[in-house]
Write a protein of this length. Structure first.
Length: 396
């Protein structure tokens, strides 16, 4: 009889363990990122950052903030020493039954093209509180071309106001976050607003993801101020874009034509302040990859990476094909001079803009509670483990 009771008891304990073990793991298991401390090498460090954005109806203010501030965020992240290459990716998410569940924009140093897509994001859908957070996180971890470099800071910022659906038959965040940790990806969570049911999962995701959790107001709480220098910086930035020439195969030129199309879109649709922030970023060392793109002729010739005599006629930019060799050399030299002068002017105006903003920040009593400062503090601490040092504060 006793052995029978013991057998029943053991069976019950086994069933309970099988039943509750996944939940127990979800609450307690943490996987240390495999790249917590990166090896410092001579290669340029990389910052890979993916923003996972709730784009349901309640998030309109935050989405507009993201459109206006993404260049400030990029400039802040690029201000580290040594200067890193910045790549940004996006995952927009809503919920089942909406126009889409997720939209994925892969990591890229072509921030113009990423920004052009961000400009199309609109707040809509949702309505039942929980959203497809699990699907969005899964896409961020598994559908992005994360760097394989040993000297890389890889981070996800999950931004939203509602908790994840836990009633869907899909992979859930504890398993997704564990997979991110194995790849060396840190996950931070930003709760917009104060919905009580969001606090627990957002806190747990950040804890399991070796990241930070913080709350901001529904619209994001970023510090934004227009300056007397914005218009001129935006105009000079457009002129700087006009100094770009691309060479190479038809496929390579088409790829850069798409980038130029994205640039034209942002010049036509983005705010003056946003275009000024982009101009300051592009004129900085960290904005070099976005400004130039690939196979940019003026830069390649100026640095001695290629000689005009080595380029086949059909691979030249269209504007240069009718020119004689001497005219080509003079044309490239003229554009190189204009570019250097424009970059110098933009950097000076950007310094003046920074000084003006610093005065406004002081007048406002500081920005300790702003999204800008919270992002900077988080990045400074986490990127330090990848050998990156931030000292100048957030760029606004």
């Amino acid at each position: 009889m006793k052995s029978k009771l013991l057998g029943i008891a053991l069976f019950g304990m086994t069933v309970a363990a099988v039943t509750y073990y996944p939940e127990l793991v979800a609450k307690t298991t943490q996987v240390t990122p495999t790249k917590v401390q990166h090896i410092v090498t001579n290669e340029q460090p990389i910052v890979d950052v993916v923003f996972v954005l709730d784009t349901t109806g309640s998030m309109s203010g935050l989405i507009e903030t993201a459109k206006d501030k993404i260049w400030s965020i990029a400039t802040t992240m690029a201000s580290a020493q040594p200067t890193p290459q910045i790549r940004i990716g996006l995952v927009a998410y809503r919920d089942r039954g909406d126009q889409y569940v997720t939209k994925v924009v892969d990591l890229s140093s072509d921030l113009d093209s990423v920004y052009a897509t961000l400009m199309d994001f609109q707040a809509n859908g949702g309505g039942d509180t929980p959203e497809s957070v699990n699907k969005a996180l899964h896409d961020a971890v598994h559908k992005m071309s994360w760097s394989r470099s040993e000297q890389a800071y890889q981070v996800i910022f999950l931004v939203g106001d509602a908790p994840p659906h836990m009633d869907y038959n899909e992979v859930r965040y504890p398993e997704i976050v564990a997979a991110a940790a194995k790849k060396g990806i840190v996950i931070n969570t930003i709760q917009c607003g104060e919905m009580p049911t969001t606090v627990a999962p957002w806190t747990q995701i950040a804890s399991l993801g070796h990241g930070e959790f913080f709350q901001v107001e529904q619209a994001g709480g970023a510090f934004a101020v227009a300056t007397p220098f914005d218009k001129e910086i935006a105009e000079l930035s457009a002129q700087l874009d006009d100094t770009r020439l691309y060479f190479g195969s038809a496929e390579e030129k088409d790829k850069m034509a798409a980038k130029m199309s994205a640039t034209e879109k942002l010049h036509g649709m983005a705010s003056v302040a946003s275009r000024a922030r982009r101009g300051a970023f592009n004129a900085s060392a960290g904005g070099r990859a976005n400004m130039l793109g690939e196979n940019e002729l003026i830069d390649a010739v100026t640095k001695g990476d290629v000689s005009l005599d080595e380029i086949e006629a059909e691979d030249l930019p269209e504007v240069m094909k009718p020119m004689a060799p001497a005219e080509q050399r003079a044309y490239v030299a003229d554009l190189a001079g204009k570019r250097a002068d424009l970059q110098r002017k933009i950097r000076q105006l950007a310094d003046d803009r920074d000084g003006y903003i610093a005065e406004k920040v002081e007048e406002a009593g500081g920005i300790a509670d702003s999204l800008d400062q919270k992002l900077y503090d988080t990045v400074k601490e986490q990127a330090g483990k990848a050998g990156l040092e931030y000292e100048s504060g957030p760029k606004l």
